[in-house]
Write a protein that binds this ligand. Structure first.
Ligand SMILES: Nc1ncnc2c1ncn2[C@@H]1O[C@H](COP(=O)(O)OP(=O)(O)O)[C@@H](O)[C@H]1O
Ligand SMILES: [Mg+2]
Length: 301
């Protein structure tokens, strides 16, 4: 009986209290970890020894100039590309050599910088496909029927989360640009992954769309681990617990927003120019890197 309060504070696994910060082999404390990850395309080394440690539930913004390797890093984490060397770990498990769908089923999901919707399917159908796919549906009639009912329910839940329930039967191609981006995030999280990677989720949005969208991202990813590529410094400083600055394939800083903002190397390499015209929250910050206009991207798929 005297042991009860203590037990209540500890994880049900009976893990020692220290497990929260570091396990004995130093791996399991992080939801996502990169260890000296390198990637070359031909002779060009694009990712040059990246280390990153993201704790469960942490929100990390990955920033850096165009061409720094941010999307490449996402491709390495999600298994679209293999690393040239180094390790990627998800909850302490090495992902090297796994296929994207295998990594997805281990609980990591990503969105793409370029739209990935089925434009001729409705909102509901897009979500339902994403759910069924993530269930790893194999052909068994009875199981399919049960899964299909679950999938419908899950698709409805996600639709409500992304606030598109009133657009249920609208084809993806007929949604507004911001709605399409919301649907993409819905598709990304539909399978219930605990680690979410978003590549420029607010690209091409107006300022007011962006701020609404950031609130949506915050709600949808509550309790999850988030790694997001973002150019809008207002979004970065409003959303992120930590910022990783990638310049020419190297993480030159990884710290809290305040510390990164004050970092001389970061100012020199990247933030100086971006922050020059007012501090992060200022309304003038907007599309710091000049995104493509919404109309141009909305039509893509
Ligand atoms: N599949 C690929 N083959 C060859 N080069 C690539 C490939 N993908 C990306 N790159 C190169 O890697 C560099 C980083 O690109 P990227 O990761 O898209 O940058 P970011 O997302 O930071 O703007 C660029 O020089 C780009 O041309
Ligand atoms: Mg990119």
């Amino acid at each position: 009986m005297t042991g009860m309060p203590d037990a209540a504070q500890r994880p049900a696994t009976g893990a020692p209290p220290a497990a929260e910060s570091l396990s004995r082999d130093g791996t399991t404390a992080f939801a996502l970890e990169l260890r000296d990850v390198r990637k070359s395309f031909g002779k060009a080394e694009i990712i040059r020894g990246t280390n990153l440690q993201v704790r469960p539930g942490e929100r990390v913004a990955l920033i850096g100039p165009n061409g720094a390797g941010k999307s490449t890093l996402f491709n390495l984490i999600s298994g679209r590309f293999g690393v040239s060397s180094g390790d990627v770990l998800l909850h302490g498990r090495r992902l090297n050599g796994l296929k994207p769908y295998e990594i997805n089923r281990l609980g990591l999901a990503r969105s793409f910088q370029v739209s990935n919707l089925f434009t001729r399917l409705s909102v509901f159908e897009n979500l339902r496909c994403a759910v069924l796919w993530s269930l790893g549906y194999r052909y068994s009639f009875w199981r399919f029927l049960a899964d299909a009912r679950d999938a419908n329910r899950r698709a409805d839940d996600v639709m409500a989360m992304i606030k598109l329930d009133r657009r249920r039967d609208v084809l993806a191609m007929n949604l507004t640009y911001a709605e399409q981006r919301a649907l993409e995030i819905g598709i990304t999280i539909a399978g219930g992954a605990s680690v979410i990677l978003l590549d420029e989720p607010t690209a091409g949005m107006s300022r007011s769309e962006t701020s609404r969208f950031v609130n949506l991202i915050r709600e949808i990813t509550a309790g999850k681990t988030l790694l997001t590529v973002e150019h809008d410094m207002g979004v970065v400083f409003g959303l992120a617990d930590k910022i990783a600055v990638l310049v020419y394939g190297e993480v030159i800083a990884f710290d809290t927003p305040e510390k990164v903002r004050a970092d001389e190397r970061v100012k020199e390499a990247y933030l100086g120019s971006v922050l020059a015209d007012g501090q992060a929250q200022g309304p003038a910050q907007g599309q710091a890197q000049g995104q493509a206009p919404a109309e141009a991207q909305a039509a893509g798929h």
